[in-house]
Design a protein around this ligand. Structure first.
Ligand code: FPP
Length: 250
């Protein structure tokens, strides 16, 4: 099954950047009569498999929405357990990430994370900074509105100081002030668990992304589900606001 799906993938049309909203961990755990954190723990295997599969087929950037600004409002017990899970996962996996030439990056309000989490991330990022097979970007304490508000403030300060004229502000100036300034926009966004929302994730960057929603809960997400998302992406015609004939001509 997995092999058949893989064979159908067109190697010349792999999305350079795939972003994922990993959803459904809580429901997965609840359906087994377990605590929510059990779902997050099992979600780590899905992270591992998704990264491996993305790297194998030639995706260059994989962004995972691991913790949103709004997630701080969850019960303290769950937040603490998630932060611990992040630290242990990064520490357990960093050797293998480095071996496989994975570059680790993070976007979000990292200074707001517990110091142990922030330090593990910073160490991991420093250690893998020169790797170039695939970049794994963890969105942590991240939300698009937080990011865009920061960008607007930074641009406004430059205008106020005379460094930038208001009429010089265009979409590339805005992009340069986002935390993703050195990362191409995602061409595919996957959300698991059947919810059809964007939840404050990469709102600016997904302007032209293809959206793929699957009913599969994140802890069940495996290689074949990633292939299915890629195949769905490859079956779509990306028009970027043009008409079909213009695309086929180019
Ligand atoms: C959403 O499911 C998932 C999260 C808020 C956390 C995702 C975190 C992991 C998979 C842990 C490890 C991650 C890395 C990158 C090492 P939910 O809790 O909202 O599920 P629900 O909608 O069913 O309640």
């Amino acid at each position: 099954m997995e092999k058949l799906l893989k064979e159908r993938i067109d190697d010349t049309n792999i999305p350079e950047h795939v972003a994922v909203i990993m959803d459904g961990n809580g429901r997965w755990a609840k359906s087994r009569g377990r605590e929510r954190i059990f779902g997050h723990m099992n979600g780590v295997e899905s992270v591992r498999e998704t990264l491996k599969t993305a790297r194998e087929i030639g995706v260059k950037y994989l962004t995972l929405y691991a913790f949103s600004t709004e997630n701080w409002n969850r019960p303290k017990e769950e937040v603490d357990a998630l932060m611990d899970l992040l630290v242990t996962t990064i520490m357990d996996e960093i050797d293998e990430l480095d071996d496989k030439s994975v570059r680790l990056k993070a976007i979000g309000d990292l200074d707001n994370l517990p110091p142990k989490c922030c330090n593990a991330l910073k160490d991991g990022m420093a250690r893998t900074a020169e790797n170039d097979d695939i970049t794994l970007i963890l969105a942590l304490s991240y939300s698009s509105r937080w990011e865009m508000t920061n960008a607007i403030r930074a641009i406004a300060e430059k205008v106020a100081s005379g460094e930038l004229a208001a009429d010089e502000i265009d979409s590339s100036i805005v992009s340069k002030h986002l935390s993703t300034h050195d990362i191409p926009d995602p061409s595919l966004l996957i959300r698991t668990s059947g919810e059809k929302r964007i939840s404050n994730f990469l709102l600016w960057q997904i302007a032209y992304a293809e959206l793929y929603f699957t009913e599969v809960l994140w802890p069940d997400f495996r290689k074949q589900h990633f292939y299915e998302a890629i195949l769905s992406y490859q079956n779509r015609e990306r028009r970027f606001g043009m008409v079909s004939e213009q695309i086929t001509k180019n």
